[in-house]
Design a protein around this ligand. Sequence first.
Ligand code: NI
Length: 144
Amino acid sequence: MVLKRFGVSIPEDLLEQFDNLVEEKGYIGRSEAIRDALRLYISESQWEKGGDFVMASLNIVYSHKPKIMADLIQAQHISDAHVISTVHVHMSKSHCMEVITLKGSKGTITKLANKIAGISGIEYAKLFTFSLPEEEDFNHGHVH
Ligand code: NI
């Protein structure tokens, strides 16, 4: 990895806020925090642009009632997004949390996320999205 240096002019108070965050979050220095912020910005911009190379996790919390569970399963079965996995955690006597991992286009993932968030009884739904650069292949060439 080749590292490049560059100069940036920003308002003093903005830099001060940023430096406070850098310290709060425990970064060793400003550079790594800026790299993280840039990666996040790029990934979010790619998500905004759409495309077919998107992965996401949908985190939901609900009170487990048979109707909600049935609606949830139905929504996933008829979706055009690919449901890779679901992790179900029994949070308390009444509530469950699920993390649904998705792969697909921005459109199919958004549609499923909105549908699930709209199911009556889903109390919390938050989508985390991640776009891969187009040249990356989802299924091949990944070596552990
Ligand atoms: Ni449960």
